[in-house]
Ligand binder design. Structure first.
Ligand code: AGP
Length: 599
């Protein structure tokens, strides 16, 4: 949540600040701002709404040799210009941007500023006021920054500007993502590499608890004890061109269309000839575990539910799937030899990081594998092992290609562990995933007809997806996708559960879409569809060609275990067309953000 940028150098940083914020807008987009030193004074420009509003407010001739910027997803205080970042200290000497949540901000206000009025309602303002307070006591800016940070509880990524020292940016982080980008005669700060990739491909990681003194020609990282840390830069596996919309109107449709490409990429990365190529330690840890705990949020959680099937059916290992936000605080009794599999497209999700901390407090020897799309993301650095999704950058808030890639990588992993355990599976996973890839392509080719169906179906305020077995999990994901981008109230239901309550909601024309990709459950789910149709529902069945009846939407036949990767594509297109048909901003749905970095 929230994105921050910083620039210091001999050139003009304004273009970078605006470009960087545009790339980070997916993290939060209710308000934004930049600040920098111009003619020895600090200039702050803030606005409610999107970065394009900020661009309009920014004079073309504005020059900042040092500057900071922020795009906000409100946590403390309403969405207005006053609460938007950057925030300033009382004298305007210090200006700060912050991503994260300061849990003890009220306590700090009461302790250090009793009786003082703060300008904003944010937790951030207390940090910048503390820095000024400590500087007024005679501390240098670095000392004041360090002292203020030592008082904070919670998460933060901070970038501080001091009007009296235009040659330095002060940077620190704890539990919120932040990177330094290395330039020539300049340096950058950004919440992620995407924000800076147009300008540099050399980055420095910052660890929690470190502070970084950034100047035009130097970057000094100091650990908690004040020792200088030497760290090699890294180059992530992304290119500037990848973050372009290309010929598409929206990132969501571009990413839906990239799913066949993502599947091919996964096949090429995880197969070496006919053999699966994956870190032996990952395979061995899963082989030796007595229970798997797959943990994720939102779409990643739904992918985990599908993955559970592979581990239970093929590997015969008990597998639990949990929501990270629940698991951290309502932990089940863990087995004797658990292995944790985290699913996170962004690799930044705070709820998952909380699980990591809590479980490691119980036993620091437990092993964690993360499946993520972002190389060098926070979770990738913090977990013991990483499997990359290789889906290519996903920018739209609604996750599509990451979901299908998560399922594909989980299927390969489970398949390989089953092989190593000597279980003879009756499928050639590489071949079946190629069939899946072709099936996805043929659905994408049929997008026009899918749009016609979407226009006919989603005319009401609410909708339902139903399914049984693994199709129930797909129904949950299909419902999440439709509701998050179109704002149609949608639920995913286990077909058999309808008559235990939810069928009361069915009225004339209520859309109900059934997913059927399992031959054994075909008749059961059709029974449920006929129950709702008799009560006036506007129904559609999405099923495999071999099971299709008149009026169904048929998807190509694929291995039934892998069919969730294919059937979901139709529902992603439904969500896209339902949202764009309503004129909504499909890439940036209201109240959401792509990387959820606060708990
Ligand atoms: C997906 O469409 C959602 N916007 C959201 O549920 C997302 O999947 C969730 O926040 C988890 O994110 P992660 O995969 O980056 O951890």
């Amino acid at each position: 949540m929230c994105g921050i940028v910083g620039y210091i150098g001999n050139g003009n940083g304004v273009e970078f600040l605006i470009d960087g914020l545009n790339s980070l807008e997916y993290r939060g987009y209710d308000s934004c701002g930049i600040a920098g030193i111009s003619d020895e004074d600090v200039r702050v420009i803030k606005t409610v709404g999107r970065i394009k509003n900020l661009e309009e407010l920014t004079p073309e001739d504005l020059v900042f040799n040092v500057g900071i910027g922020h795009t906000r997803w409100a946590t403390h205080g309403g969405v207005n210009v006053v609460n938007s970042h950057p925030h300033q200290s009382a004298s305007s000497r210090f200006t700060l941007v912050h991503n994260g949540v300061i849990e003890n901000f009220q306590e700090l206000k009461d302790r250090f500023f009793k009786g003082h009025n703060f300008v904003s309602e944010t937790d951030t303002e207390v940090i910048v006021q503390l820095i000024e307070l400590f500087a007024q006591d005679g501390l240098t800016t670095k000392e004041a920054f360090l002292k203020a940070i030592s008082k904070l509880q919670g998460s933060y990524a901070l970038c501080l500007l001091d009007k009296e020292d235009a040659d330095t940016l002060y940077v620190a982080k704890n539990k919120s993502p932040l990177l330094i980008g290395l330039g020539s005669e300049c340096n950058y700060v950004g919440s992620d590499a995407l924000a800076m990739i147009k300008y540099t491909n050399k980055f420095l990681e910052i660890n929690d608890g470190e502070i970084v003194i950034v100047k035009a020609n130097s970057v000094d990282i100091e650990d908690k004890e004040g020792n200088l840390v030497s760290r090699n830069p890294f180059t992530p596996n992304i290119k500037y061109g990848e973050i372009d919309k290309g010929v598409y109107d929206h990132y969501m449709i571009k990413e839906i269309n990239e799913q066949a490409f993502a599947m091919r990429n996964i096949i090429s990365k995880y197969f070496d000839g006919k053999n699966v190529s994956m870190d032996e330690e990952i395979i061995n840890n899963i082989k030796d575990a007595d229970r798997l705990y797959i943990i994720g949020c939102g779409t990643s959680y739904n992918a985990g539910l599908v993955g559970k099937n592979y581990f239970e059916k093929w590997v015969r290992i008990p597998t639990e799937v949990h929501l990270a936000s629940e698991f951290a605080y309502n932990m089940p009794i863990l087995s004797k030899k658990p292995m944790f599999i985290f699913l996170s497209q962004s690799g930044e999700t705070a709820d998952l990081r909380a699980v990591l901390t809590k479980v490691r407090e119980i036993n620091s020897d437990y092993k964690f594998l993360v499946l993520t799309n972002v190389d060098a993301s926070t979770l990738s650095r913090e977990c013991d092992y990483t499997l990359l999704l290789h889906a290519g950058v996903e920018i739209a808030v609604a996750s599509t290609k990451a979901y299908t890639s998560q399922i594909a990588v989980l299927s390969i992993l489970a398949y390989e562990v089953a092989n190593r355990l000597g279980y003879k599976l009756k499928l050639d996973i590489e071949k079946e995933l190629s069939v899946v890839t072709n099936a996805i392509e043929s659905i994408l080719d049929d997008a026009k007809n899918i749009k016609v169906l979407a226009d006919k179906l989603f005319t009401e305020r609410n909708a339902f997806y139903i399914g049984r077995g693994v199709d129930y999990y797909s129904a949950c994901e299909a419902a999440l996708k439709l509701k998050e981008v179109s704002y149609i109230q949608t639920e995913g239901f286990a077909g058999g559960e309808l008559k235990h309550g939810t069928i009361a909601l069915i009225e004339e024309d209520t859309p109900v879409v059934a997913l059927i990709t399992n031959t054994k459950l075909d008749l059961n789910t059709r029974g449920n569809i006929s129950e709702v149709a008799s009560r006036g529902a506007n129904t559609l069945v999405i099923t495999l060609e071999k099971l299709a009846r008149e009026g169904d939407y048929a998807i190509p036949n694929v291995n039934e275990e892998l069919a969730p990767i294919v059937s979901i594509v139709v529902t992603q297109l439904f969500a896209y067309y339902a949202a764009t048909g309503r004129g909504l901003d499909v890439d940036k749905p209201r109240n959401l953000a792509k990387a959820v970095t606060v708990e």
